[in-house]
Design a protein around this ligand. Structure first.
Ligand code: G3P
Length: 220
């Protein structure tokens, strides 16, 4: 595959109800047309349904380090795996988790043959999390999320420094996200060493999901 896009649906109402499947199907078409891996992070209750509707990998937006059995109101890795999730975001800046729990979740996902994508807010956190050996680390400066001001243009050294910092400790893939909205943002991110991007509003709030995703795919 030429590149990797992780599309975080978050809780945007623009992708609620039947729109969830509509966007997933568009992602599937773009993924096949441009040979780009697109991983979906849809609203958690839709993972099972989408997993049986489109041929794309799904991840959970979050998982809790709670026990299976008599626990209530949590999302645990063992269950989302049965719904078809291949892994999970951990510590997204909109759902932060303490460092000990991050390490425990990475190990728990690994034991389930699930991938871990840990979100880091800065280069220092990249170094801390790389020592836990997650599959991927996504550097996302929180202040740029949803702004349309791409991390690859506003803070390019954060990406390049994150790549170097991660390499000091592990083979975790470095992704980046926050404010990415167009093809040039991706071109810059890849030139800085990012092996993929996380995106939400740049796609979800665009006028045409298919045109936007196609434009982004051309950036790899
Ligand atoms: O998980 C990716 C997300 O936090 C980026 O948000 O809206 O800036 O693409 P956005």
């Amino acid at each position: 595959m030429k590149g990797l896009i992780i599309l975080n649906f978050k809780n945007y109402l623009e992708v609620s109800g039947p729109k969830t499947l509509e966007l997933a199907q568009i992602c599937q078409g773009v993924s096949k047309k441009y040979d780009i891996e697109i991983i979906l992070a849809p609203p958690i209750p839709t993972i099972y349904y989408l997993n049986h509707s489109v041929d794309l990998p799904m991840i959970s937006q979050h998982v809790d380090n709670e026990n299976p059995g008599s626990t209530t109101g949590y999302i645990i890795p063992e269950l989302v795996k049965t719904y078809g999730a291949v892994g999970s975001l951990i510590n997204h800046s909109e759902h932060r988790v303490d460092h000990k729990t991050i390490e425990q979740l990475i190990n728990r996902l690994r034991s389930l043959n699930m991938i871990s994508i840990v979100c880091a807010s800065n280069v220092s956190e990249v170094g801390i999390f790389a020592k836990f050996y997650p599959d991927m680390i996504a550097i996302e400066p929180p202040e740029l999320i949803g702004t349309g001001k791409a991390v690859s243009k506003e803070k390019p050294s954060v990406i390049s420094d994150s790549v170097l910092e991660a390499k000091r400790y592990s083979k975790s893939k470095i992704l980046c996200g926050a404010g990415i909205v167009d093809k040039s943002d991706i071109i810059e991110a890849v030139q800085l060493g990012s092996q993929g991007i996380l995106i939400a509003s740049g796609v979800i709030k665009s006028e045409s999901w298919e045109k936007k995703l196609s434009e982004l795919a051309e950036g790899f």
